[in-house]
Ligand binder design. Structure first.
Ligand SMILES: *[C@@H]1O[C@H](CO)[C@@H](O)[C@H](O)[C@H]1NC(C)=O
Ligand SMILES: *[C@@H]1O[C@H](CO)[C@@H](O)[C@H](O)[C@H]1NC(C)=O
Ligand SMILES: *[C@@H]1O[C@H](CO)[C@@H](O)[C@H](O)[C@H]1NC(C)=O
Length: 324
C-alpha cells in the first residue's frame, strides 16, 4: 500500500518536526474554498475556525477543541499519494482521507497534464470539504523543475519549466538567478495546488557516492548558505501568505555524509558519519535557511555515529530536537 513500509517512514517524521503554521485555509484554488469568504462574519452559524475574519490562533483554538483524537492523529501523518486515471482520486487516497482522517500528502507521479492536475486537485479539495470538519488538504512535493530523474518522489513534471539541478545552480554561483528560479517554481506549483515544498536541501555533498548530490548546492557550506536563502525567499514571495510555497529545509543536521554513500531511506543507510568531527560545518547552510525563514525542517532518517551525540535517529534524537 505505502512505500517504505518496512523502513523509515518519511511522513510521520516530517509532520512532527518544527512544523510552523501553514497558511490556514488557503490551500485550494477551487470555488468551494472561497465559500467561507462569502459568508458574513456576523453569521452566527459560521463556525469560528472557518471564519477568515478571526485570527489564525482563534481559528486553530476553535478547531482543536472540535477535533476527535483520531482526527488529531490524522494531522500528524504525511504520506505519498498518486492520482488515479484521468485525475481521479484513487481508492487508497479516499481511504486515507475517510478512514485515517489524513490531510497532508506528498505527490508522487508524473502522469497528469495541467488540466488533469487541476481537476485532480479540485476533486481532492471537494473530498476534503465533504469530511466532518472540512479541513483542506495540503499537497507537498519534492523538487519538480530539474532535468533528470529525481530521487524517489522527485523529478521533473512534464508541464513545468525545466531548470538545472541545485548542483548546476551551485556551479553558476548566482543567488539572484536562484531566487528567480524559485519564484517561477512557486507560481507553477501553486497553479496546480501544491503548497508545501519538500525542499531545498541544505545537505553538503561531502560523500561523492551519495545518490542525492545533484539536489544539493555542492560540498561548500558557504556556497550552499549563499544560495539557500534566496531559494527559500523565492518560494515564499514578498511575505508569507496565501501565495507562498512553504519551504521545508532538509535533511537536518546534514544528510550528505552517510556511511558508504548509502541513503537513509533504506535501513542499510542508518549511519550518518561526520568525518573530521565536522558536524558544525554541515549546520552552516541550515542556519542560513532558518535566517531566511524556512517554515519547516525535515530531519534525516539516519542517526549520528562516532560523534558526541547519542546514536539515535535524528527525528527522535534529544540533541536534534532541542535545536529545533
Ligand atoms: C450562514 O452560514 C451558513 C453555514 O455556513 C450558510 O449556510 C448560510 O447561507 C449563511 N447565511 C448567510 C446569511 O450568509
Ligand atoms: C480517461 O479519459 C479517456 C479520454 O476521455 C477515456 O477514453 C478513458 O476511458 C478514461 N479512463 C478512465 C479510467 O476513466
Ligand atoms: C552502523 O554503525 C554501527 C556502529 O558502528 C555498526 O555496528 C553497524 O554495522 C553499522 N550499520 C551498517 C548497516 O553498516
Amino acid at each position: 500500500m505505502i512505500p517504505f513500509k518496512n523502513s523509515t517512514r518519511k511522513g510521520t517524521v516530517i509532520a512532527l518536526i518544527c512544523l510552523l503554521a501553514a497558511p490556514f485555509g488557503s490551500q485550494a484554488s477551487t470555488d468551494n474554498s472561497q465559500q467561507w469568504l462569502r459568508e458574513s462574519p456576523a453569521n452566527a452559524s459560521l463556525l469560528a475556525y472557518r471564519n477568515p475574519h478571526l485570527s489564525l490562533e482563534e481559528r486553530v483554538d476553535d478547531l482543536l477543541q472540535r477535533m476527535t483524537l483520531e482526527e488529531k492523529a490524522g494531522q500528524l501523518m504525511h504520506e505519498f499519494f498518486s492520482p488515479g486515471p484521468n485525475g481521479t482520486l484513487s481508492g487508497e487516497t479516499v481511504m486515507m482521507i475517510d478512514e485515517l482522517q489524513m490531510t497532508h500528502f506528498a505527490f508522487l507521479g508524473n502522469i497528469l497534464d495541467p488540466v488533469e492536475a487541476v481537476e485532480f486537485h479540485n476533486r481532492l479539495q471537494q473530498k476534503a470539504l465533504d469530511t466532518r470538519l472540512g479541513i483542506p488538504i495540503t499537497i507537498s512535493s519534492d523538487q519538480r523543475h530539474h532535468l533528470g530523474p529525481g530521487f524517489i518522489g522527485g523529478g521533473a513534471l512534464g508541464y513545468f519549466s525545466k531548470w538545472p539541478s541545485y548542483l548546476g545552480f551551485a556551479a553558476l554561483r548566482d543567488p539572484e538567478l536562484v531566487r528567480k528560479h524559485a519564484e517561477i517554481a512557486r507560481e507553477e506549483f501553486l497553479s496546480v495546488g501544491f503548497r508545501l515544498a519538500l525542499h531545498p536541501q541544505a545537505d553538503l555533498s561531502t560523500e561523492p557516492r551519495w545518490a542525492r548530490i545533484a539536489e544539493t548546492y555542492g560540498e561548500s557550506a558557504e556556497l550552499s548558505a549563499s544560495l539557500i536563502g534566496p531559494y527559500i525567499e523565492g518560494l515564499r514571495g514578498k511575505e508569507f501568505g496565501p501565495n507562498s510555497m512553504s519551504a521545508t529545509t532538509k535533511h537536518f543536521p546534514g544528510g550528505g555524509p552517510v556511511q558508504n554513500g548509502w541513503d537513509s531511506h533504506f535501513v542499510y543507510g542508518m549511519n550518518a558519519t561526520y568525518p573530521g568531527n565536522n558536524l558544525d560545518y554541515h549546520l552552516i547552510s541550515f542556519k542560513a535557511a532558518i535566517a531566511a525563514g524556512t517554515r519547516q525542517i525535515m530531519p534525516y532518517y539516519s542517526r549520528p555515529i562516532n560523534t558526541e551525540y547519542e546514536p539515535v535517529a535524528f527525528g527522535k534524537n534529544s540533541a536534534s530536537m532541542a535545536s529545533c
